[in-house]
Design a protein around this ligand. Structure first.
Ligand code: NDP
Length: 272
């Protein structure tokens, strides 16, 4: 029987997850169904949609904005990385209708850095700009790669302080940033509106990689700003999106898809 998967979101019509997961299925010559499911933005509506899907035999689900916290609260058990992130982007059905919540965003970023971009985080000084769900989710997987240090900087300084205490990393305000970093990750949602966070240009001097978690058809404003001020390479978050999807797929099906060919296909315009 064809196994069924879905992504819950609001909005969700734009989601690239169905195409990505079909490309993964092709790698293992499997036939799967992967749909998009819209739900109203309340915990009750989200929970009802999730129950309907799994009661109907669904084999796994992804969760995107704005439901990652709702999914965290709904899950009956959590992976360590979901607990660290306080957010769930992957639901896995267990016995007796129970659900396990995981968070694959961080490993998605780490796989993109290592397998696509070819940059190791080991011994690197990393600056993370932003302290929302995505930033929170990537810190533990980045720390596992033994960087020299991680600094987090956020518009609301207090949120960065909370992350710094939770993960024993540094927090700085934009005004305090005064030195270069090897890898700079924009984990703000500013790129949606072409907003570049107010980081001083010095941070990009000698920077090996400036990474924007946001993705678009062209380089984001943040990527262009970083390149103008010295970043040797820039990348957007499409590879992270494919990487997080690959880890979800592995959790559901026990097959680890290759991400590089899928990123390449998606960049080739076959994703619209
Ligand atoms: P959240 O809403 O949880 O957090 C948003 C963060 O951005 C907060 O730190 C917020 O600061 C900051 N922010 C928002 N607007 C601005 C601005 N104009 N200037 C400076 N800082 C700003 O979002 P997420 O963490 O879930 O997502 C962040 C980004 O990561 C989004 O662009 C999202 O699309 C992307 N993402 C990409 C993924 C991928 O697979 N490629 C996966 C997950 C996320 P404050 O605390 O002050 O409000």
């Amino acid at each position: 029987m064809t196994q069924r998967y879905t992504v819950f979101g609001n909005p969700v019509a734009h989601s690239k997850s169905p195409q990505i997961h079909q490309l993964f299925a092709a790698q293992e010559s499997a036939s799967i169904e992967y749909t998009r499911t819209f739900a109203d933005n309340t915990p009750q509506a989200f929970a009802a949609a999730v129950r309907t899907f799994f009661d109907g035999g669904g084999s796994g689900a992804n969760v995107t904005l704005p439901f990652k916290q709702f999914a965290f609260e709904l899950a009956d058990e959590h992976s360590e990385r979901a607990l660290a992130a306080g957010a769930v982007n992957t639901l896995i059905p267990l016995e007796n209708g129970r659900l396990r919540g995981d968070n694959t965003d961080g490993i998605g970023l780490v796989r993109d850095l290592g397998e696509n971009i070819g940059i190791s985080v080991k011994d690197k000084n990393i600056l993370i700009i932003g302290a929302g769900g995505a930033a929170r989710g990537v810190i533990l997987p980045l720390l596992a790669g033994s960087p020299a240090g991680i600094t987090v900087c956020n518009r609301t300084a207090q949120t960065a302080e909370i992350l710094a205490q939770q993960f024993a990393i540094q927090a700085q305000t934009f005004e305090q940033l005064n030195r270069p970093y090897d890898i700079i990750i924009n984990a703000t949602s500013g790129s949606l509106n072409d907003d570049v966070p107010p980081v001083p240009p010095i941070v990009f001097s000698g920077c090996l990689l400036a990474y924007d978690m946001f993705y678009a058809d062209q380089a984001t404003t943040f990527m262009r700003f970083a390149a103008e001020h010295g970043a040797a390479r820039t990348a957007d978050g499409l590879g992270m999106l494919v990487g997080q999807a690959a880890e979800s797929y592995r959790l559901w099906r026990g097959f680890t898809p290759e991400i590089a060919p899928v990123v390449s296909t998606m960049r080739g315009g076959q994703n619209t």
